[in-house]
Design a protein around this ligand. Structure first.
Ligand code: ADP
Ligand code: MG
Length: 698
């Protein structure tokens, strides 16, 4: 029998059951079922007597006999209660469903082995829905030290596909296909990492002979799973680097050197220098650059972007920066125009609100090459925007732009421009490896010198008046402040009410004309939003009351206080992003996290983490541990969420080993054409057929 056969080939699997397995668990083939791994194991080596049962014993196995059965009528249906006794006492076995059917099958005075979880009421135990078999059945069965428990669904158990049945299906399956399970890893790898063979791993993951073999089976299967993901990512990177050609920027010329010598307003940090070197290596190599630049808020990504653009210009090419909002684009534009003031480099801004006349000018400048740098929003991606020779494209705050949009930029002319994606959302290293393992990643892990650490405190709602007093003192010193309210989609109406209530109370406590207050939220028209934002940016208002729309990017160096209302409702990365809005100027900045007294344990951890550290990578690690990878950007598309056995958060060391191994294999045999790698090639061909992973390369 072949592993690709449908599960109906397995002894005991009817068409109806196969259908259920498919709709409930997505299992179609024998191979699918073989890779449905138990999520825990039951150790049935131990027996209890009834007088040994304790409140804290979890699942227990007892030998005894049923001495009586009664049906108890309830409002709906009936409940079946059987008295189960051994020499030391008795307990009730209870069924809430299927009473009729079960009643007929119970045999009085026949020795049974029962197994299940206990419920306790007033010091007496009962066992709902026990697993049971007669002692005779029990003795006839191949006894295992440990038994697997499979993932299930309500529908599966209602329709009678119990864990016991799953076990027997897998037992039959393994018996039928064991000889046909092929090794997928080369023997050199098995030896090097002392991995259990594939067959033994699958056998022991389902029916472990002992704890040690189970651990070995788990290790091998996790390793394999992570290894193949890394192989795919690295292969993709390899193909990209060898197949997708990029412009070669051979020289670092006049513009770069002049600027670096005469106009750079500060010394670069070591991290900035290192990243710049990495970029220079890419764009001089002849391969296409697709690099992710991670750097916390304020780490100085913009200057790295600008210097990279100058290299492109030195080589006769044009450059763009794309930002997710008009305000951000405008800020980039103003900053860069200022930096380039004394050069002859031409820079323009293109956004949705650019006037027609301006647009025409820009289009013309781009096409004849007199315009060197274009900064803008999505507007840059419009078909009308054609470059003479776009050499590099910088994308700020990547999560607002999909890959599709990125590749659209590639098609503007002959070769794709080099791409540098900048993000202020730190991604923990292990996750970056599994999600962006095909990209090149640079990290600015150092803030420019002289920054004052933002002081962060946690206060309860009842301290709000004290917080307002503090705000007044800061405003009196000429500072500005943000007050941010959560906006969570599920309770949007309530949240808007909170925001408006909060706004009104602030207006009351900070009366005009002494105080001017801006408000910005998602329900406003973009033009109104921009108007309010701009008043705050220009310093016309002292307080900005907002929902999280200010999360991305605005730069108001004079704002030195961030008050976050209901801070316990925000995620860690959001809190970190919000806090990054302050601490941009020379003044001491503050972040005040307000919460109610009622905090979940995760909520407490989040607030504590914020108070303890400002290191974005540390915060991201905590976030990953709290929330799992599912909520972290980019993971949805990456497949790490569909891992069957490995866990990118917990299996860190296996992940490193798997990645290094994949690197070694591909270095030695990039096309997997060596005889010893035949099994790898086979798995790969299979993966290519079934996943769209590589489709964007051909
Ligand atoms: P981000 O990484 O958040 O985009 P920016 O590029 O906006 O950060 O830089 C934040 C601020 O730090 C800017 O005002 C910038 O001029 C300044 N800056 C960047 N690099 C340095 C440096 N090496 N030394 C001093 N100040 C720097
Ligand atoms: Mg920035």
């Amino acid at each position: 029998m072949n592993l690709n056969h449908p599960v109906t080939y397995i002894k005991g699997v009817s068409v109806a059951r196969a259908e259920l397995l498919y709709t409930e668990l997505g299992i179609k083939t024998c191979n699918d079922l073989l890779h449905l791994f138990p999520f825990r194991y039951i150790d049935k080596t131990q027996f209890y007597t009834i007088n040994q049962l304790q409140q804290n014993s979890s699942e227990v196995q007892i030998v005894g006999k049923i001495t009586g059965v009664k049906e108890v009528k309830q409002k709906r249906g009936s409940r079946l209660v059987a008295t189960f006794a051994d020499a030391t006492g008795s307990i009730d076995l209870v069924w809430f469903k299927g009473a009729k059917w079960i009643k007929d099958s119970l045999k009085i005075d026949t020795p049974y082995v029962i197994y299940g979880k206990l419920n306790w009421y007033n010091n007496t135990a009962n066992m709902p829905h026990p697993e049971m078999e007669t002692v005779k059945e029990y003795k006839n069965k191949l006894q295992m030290a440990m038994q697997p428990v499979y993932p299930s669904t309500e529908k599966l158990s209602n329709k009678g596909i119990s864990n016991k049945m799953m076990r027997s299906m897998l037992q039959n399956l393994l018996q039928q296909v064991f000889g046909n399970i092929e090794e997928t890893l080369p023997s050199s790898l098995l030896n090097e990492h002392q991995l259990l063979g594939k067959r033994d791993s699958l056998l022991n993951i389902h029916f472990p002979k002992n704890q040690e073999l189970l651990a070995k089976a788990q290790y091998r299967l996790k390793f394999e799973e992570l290894f193949f993901i890394q192989m795919q990512l690295l292969q993709k990177k390899l193909i990209r680097k060898s197949k997708i050609k990029g412009y070669i920027f051979e020289q670092v010329g006049e513009q770069f050197n002049q600027f670096y010598k005469n106009h750079l307003p500060f010394d670069l940090t070591n991290a900035q220098k290192r990243v710049l070197k990495e970029i220079r290596k890419d764009i001089g190599s002849g391969a296409h650059m697709n690099r992710l630049l991670q750097g916390d808020v304020g780490s100085g990504k913009t200057i790295v972007a600008l210097l990279s653009m100058l290299i492109a210009i030195d080589n006769g090419y044009q450059a763009t920066i794309m930002a997710p909002t008009e305000i951000l684009a405008t800020q980039h534009y103003n900053g860069i125009v200022e930096l380039l003031e004394e050069t002859d480099i031409k820079v323009e801004l293109l956004t949705g609100s650019s006037k027609t006349k301006k647009r025409r000018e820009i289009h013309a400048g781009l096409e004849d090459g007199t315009l060197h740098i274009l900064i803008g929003t999505h507007a840059i991606l419009e078909d009308k925007v054609k470059f003479k020779n776009l050499g590099i494209s910088i994308i700020d705050e990547q999560h607002r732009f999909g890959v599709a949009q990125r590749s659209k930029m590639w098609q503007k002319n002959g070769l794709p421009p080099h791409v540098l994606v900048m993000t202020a959302t730190p991604i923990p290293r292990t996750l970056a490896m599994s999600v962006y393992g095909d990209l090149d990643i640079s990290v600015i892990d150092e803030l420019p010198p002289g920054r004052k650490e933002i002081k962060t405190v946690h206060r309860y709602d009842s301290n709000r008046l004290g917080v307002f007093k503090f705000l007044k003192d800061e405003i009196a010193k000429g500072r500005q402040a943000y007050v941010v309210y959560p906006l969570i989609q599920e309770s949007e109406a309530m949240d808007y009410k909170d925001l408006m209530d909060g706004y009104e109370s602030i207006v009351r406590d900070f009366p005009a004309p002494e105080y001017q207050i801006s408000i910005v939220h998602g329900k406003m028209k973009p033009a109104d939003k921009d108007y309010e934002m701009n008043r705050f940016v220009k310093g016309e208002t002292q307080i900005m009351v907002a929902t999280t729309v200010i999360e991305v990017g605005v730069n108001v160096p004079n704002a030195s206080v961030m008050v976050i209302e209901s801070a316990e409702r925000f995620g860690l990365s959001q809190l970190h992003q919000l806090r990054g809005r302050v601490g941009r100027g020379a003044e001491q900045s503050y972040c005040i996290l307000l919460s109610s007294y009622k905090l979940s344990s995760d909520g407490k951890t989040r607030l504590q983490t914020m108070v303890e550290t400002t290191d974005g990578f540390k915060i991201a690690e905590v976030d990953l541990k709290l929330r799992g990878p599912g909520n972290i950007m980019g993971t949805q598309q990456s497949g790490v969420l569909n891992l069957k056995i490995a866990d990118v958060v917990k299996d860190t060391s296996i992940l490193y080993a798997a990645r290094q191994t994949a690197i070694n294999v591909l270095q030695d045999d990039p096309a997997l054409s060596k005889q010893e790698n035949a099994s790898l090639l086979k798995v790969f061909t299979q993966i290519q057929k079934t996943s769209g992973l590589w489709s964007n390369i051909s």
